[in-house]
Design a protein around this ligand. Sequence first.
Ligand code: SAM
Ligand code: SF4
Length: 343
Amino acid sequence: AFIKIMKKIESGEELSYEDIILLLKTERKAEMDALFSAADQMRKEIVGDVVDVRGAIEFSNVCMKDCKYCGVRRSLPTLERYRMTEDEIMEIVHELHAMGLQTVILQSGEDSWWTAEKMIALIKRIKTETGMRITLSIGERPQEEYARFKEAGANNYLLKIETTNREIFEFIHPDDDYDERAKCSEWLRELGYLNGSGCMIGLPGQRPEDIARDILFFKEMGINMIGIGPFLPAKGTPFEKYPAGSVEMTLKAVAVTRIVCKRVFIPATTALASLDPDGQIKALQAGANTVMLINTPAKYRYNYQIYSNKNMIDLHAAIRAIQVTGRKFPSYLKIDVEGNIDA
Ligand code: SAM
Ligand code: SF4
């Protein structure tokens, strides 16, 4: 059956739900390798060899939600909370701009201090001072705010569905409703954002069938950027003692997502790099084509451990991964081969 599916992939035939499950379930080394190389080949043909590099700033760890898996959830009384000021954020934005990066990702908890007005002022400032593309990852907001952010100049939005299994979704999200999350994604698409979603691998009770549905959801929703990372336990959370998701299952999900969703951005996630020191490289060889650098200032990083032992991907790690995999640097990146900025 596996060979039949590989033939389907080669001939460009669509995979069924059952095919996807079979691919996700295989544990044979030879089959997994064949799956990864088919995804790698498809990545090469469809999006090419350039690895897109983006810079992320985690600008606030204040969150009003209590997602059970997350290391910055509301119910962590000892966690030191921070909010970067607009000037602190702009300083990093200018550094990223000097490196030649074209996209900055602004990520935070669901922090109501950052009102729509404040976000809009920040977006406009980034646009006028650098012209960079802006990705927002600040959670669920009213449709009207998404519209205003877009109008102010935001280009992309990352809001993961996390899992399409409703029961698991409700269990891990005490404050969220599955339909509302999916609705937010639809609004973002309708508003013309490059629309980012994604899921965690290894959530409690999650089966390969659920992951197969996640992948079909990304396709049906026309998602453009798909972040797939393992669940990782975070200290002090209700899931602290739960086992981490598996590297192999994450890579299989990445590979199948590339094959099913085709022309999409798939990052080699920080979560995968935190679980496996070679995680970035492995993901780039299994269908991924983007890397996200963490540019949160050192004094705040420690307090943005959404999971414990988070790997702080920096430019050097990204350069190494691109070199090891023999891929191409984006032409906009102003660095020499040693990874020094030569702006
Ligand atoms: N608050 C926004 C939101 O939830 O969309 C953005 C920040 S949130 C920390 C960004 C992502 O971190 C989530 O989409 C989730 O997938 C991931 N995340 C949080 N806790 C995690 C954990 N323990 N393991 C793996 N990923 C985690
Ligand atoms: Fe807040 Fe996002 Fe963490 Fe949920 S995942 S607790 S919304 S930061």
